[in-house]
Ligand binder design. Structure first.
Ligand SMILES: [Zn+2]
Length: 75
């Protein structure tokens, strides 16, 4: 699967990337962290970081003998 095809699997919003620190970029929502005081911090990753995280997922799946399914970050 090409990088563009992997990126097309996601929904994009403007946000800051938690991983590389780029601000106001097209990014994918991965998760949210809730604090004891009730504040919620959302985690987003930019396209560059999404592709690196997908590569890590692929390597991990292959090591376990699982089938790699792109597009599941944050799912
Ligand atoms: Zn990034």
């Amino acid at each position: 699967m090409t990088p563009d095809a992997i990126l097309a699997l996601y929904r994009w919003v403007l946000a800051d990337c938690f991983r590389c620190g780029r601000t106001r970029v097209h990014a994918v929502r991965l998760d949210a962290i809730g604090t004891p005081s009730g504040r919620i911090y959302e985690l987003h990753a930019c396209g560059h970081c999404v592709l690196e995280l997908e590569e890590e997922r692929q390597i991990h799946a292959e090591r376990r003998g699982d089938v790699y399914q792109p597009g599941a970050l944050g799912a």
